[in-house]
Write a protein of this length. Structure first.
Length: 240
């Protein structure tokens, strides 16, 4: 199996190394990721600037690794057009530093890369983890979850969206397959404001995470110690 691994946190992020290490258990791995942080870019592509592509050293031995001065969606396009010898069997995007649940899915560069993949005819999964740096549940269960999902049918216009809770294994409760994303943002809009004497002001994003979610949703799952597994549908594509 040939696997393309990408993300939106940048090629030096801890999460992509963890995802690539897991992917090596399944087959040949190519990492093509943004040179810099590209969170919240959704499926944006670069049209008014050039894309520089560089071979990179990578902390996981035996993978082909490249960075792109562009967005997550750019990385998928570049990988498929110029880097991989053949189309991959699947694209893994992540592991994102922070949940991609609820309305935040719409902003996600992690999900955007996965959506770009299915638009290019390649199945895809998006992986995310709570932004507290605790990957215990992900490390223990990511490979098994991925193997299971690879064997299951999914529509050509859908991706798997997997979110790992940031709790320790002692508080982990299992896997919940969710039918619905929470109908709110997980990171509520909030900005730190700095005012200037000329009347202008500076706003710095400082989203406030919620502490509870409606039962049965992806938000409820991760906040209650479960791995959340769900499908996200690309409404531009026809279902097949």
């Amino acid at each position: 199996m040939r696997i393309l691994v990408t993300n939106d946190d940048g090629i030096r992020a801890e999460g992509i190394a963890r995802l690539a290490r897991m992917a090596k258990e399944l087959g040949e791995v190519w990492v093509v990721a943004p040179k810099e942080q590209c969170s919240a870019m959704s499926q944006r592509i670069t049209v008014h600037a050039d894309l520089m592509v560089r071979r990179e050293t990578f902390p996981v031995e035996g993978v082909h690794a490249y960075s792109v001065d562009g967005t997550p969606a750019d990385c998928v396009k570049v990988a498929l057009m110029y880097l991989l010898p053949e189309k991959p069997d699947v694209v893994f995007s992540g592991i994102n530093f922070g949940y991609n649940i609820g309305f935040d899915i719409a902003y996600s560069g992690t999900v955007g890369a996965a959506m770009e993949a299915i638009m290019q005819g390649v199945p895809a999964m998006a992986f995310s983890n709570e932004s507290n740096g605790n990957y215990e549940v992900a490390e223990a269960h990511m490979l098994a979850v991925t193997k299971d999902l690879l064997e299951r049918e999914i529509a050509a216009n859908e991706i798997w969206n997997i979110n790992f809770p940031g709790c320790g294994l002692a508080k982990y409760r299992g896997i919940l397959e969710v039918e619905q994303a929470a109908q709110s943002q997980f990171y509520l809009d909030h900005y730190e404001r700095e005012d200037y004497t000329d009347g202008s002001f500076r706003l710095s994003a400082a989203g406030i995470p919620v502490t509870e979610g409606a039962e049965g949703t992806d938000m409820y799952a991760v906040l209650d110690g479960y791995i959340s597994v769900g499908k996200i549908r690309n409404l531009v594509m026809e279902e097949t």
